[in-house]
Design a protein around this ligand. Sequence first.
Ligand code: CTP
Length: 408
Amino acid sequence: MKVALGVTGCIAAYKAVEVMRGLQKAGVQVEVVLTRAGARFVPPLTFESLTGRNVVTDMFQTGRNLDIHHIALAQSIQMLVVAPATANIIGKFAHGIADDFLSTLYLATPAPVLLAPAMNSAMWRHPAVRANVEALRRRGCKVVAPEAGMLACGMEGDGRLAPVETIVARVLAALRAGPAGAAADKGAGDLAGLSVLVTAGPTVEDIDPIRFISNRSSGKMGYAVAAAAARRGAQVCLVSGPTALDAPDGVERIDVRSAAEMLDAVLSRYDAADVVVKAAAVADYRPSAPAGQKIKKAGGVRALELERTEDILALLGNRKKRQFLVGFAAETENVLASAREKLRGKNLDLVVANDVSRGVFGEDAAAVHILAPDGAEVALEAQPKAAVADRLLDEVLIRRGRRGEAPE
Ligand code: CTP
């Protein structure tokens, strides 16, 4: 297996050395391509010493026929990885600009491409960068979303290069999927071929024809997951309680109202699903005898008798076969411990812990922890729910891969 590792000019460039080592340890041959700015952060000698090979830094390096070399390299690699990928190289790839070796290699290679962006959070969120990333994703590039954290510029925010282990795992998973997987993937996104079932929004439990019990869920998190999964090539079914949101492009939406309706809709799609993300805030209780007619106040003080709804997620956990099951835990105290309890108790593959004491309902951003059964924990600082959704799906892909099933 041979991979070209593009290293572009940003402070995270030193981490490319660890990416390269991680790939080498797994038996992958790595050809490093440094951009001019990348070489200012990490000298070519560092990579040359570790690979025992020349590092490409210039399209027109004397002594080597490099204008041919980029074609030869383009044909011989199984994957082009760019880590870190700056806003500049992302822009060049998106627009087909070929003014150095790396951007020329991108245009010339039939191999799948994986980008691990790293930049200041204002740059990462800029509409120009977002549009370029979207364009590349639509074209089939895999993107390992950056994380939130302390940035080199001293600011806190998203834009920090994803962990080296995450990048290496994604590359290895894609290589394991082989040329067939990669070919099917190209132009379709890294979730191509997967059926993803998402639930979102609140449920509504009727008291009488006019009143009901519900909760503050806006549905934004679940809709963001459905939108991201569809954009990345999955076939997506979104089972949604009542929300004010439009169905994302390319998503089949089933509208439901009560927990019982959500249960029916989810069960009807469960067998066909590869990945299930249960972001809905399902009512735990419903009135045991909803009134057929409007309840009049004349009867004086009343107590409302409630009964438990079915715990849909627990049922799915019980019946799980090949499905990868993701639950959400909205908590106001002991957030991580309660989430871990749900992870275990409901037989989940991941749980997203959400501290709702700080009022995330209806917000466009969320700070969450993604917890896995092996004790791993990914902390995502406050960031747009769209970014949380992408990071969650990255984690799903990596962990499905580790479970020994076709990862991508
Ligand atoms: N869930 C579900 N069906 C229910 C209740 C919850 O599928 N009847 C799912 C939600 O979609 C979410 C997760 O379970 O993914 C949330 O866990 P849940 O058990 O609802 O938490 P709480 O109800 O808050 O449980 P507890 O009161 O024990 O904290």
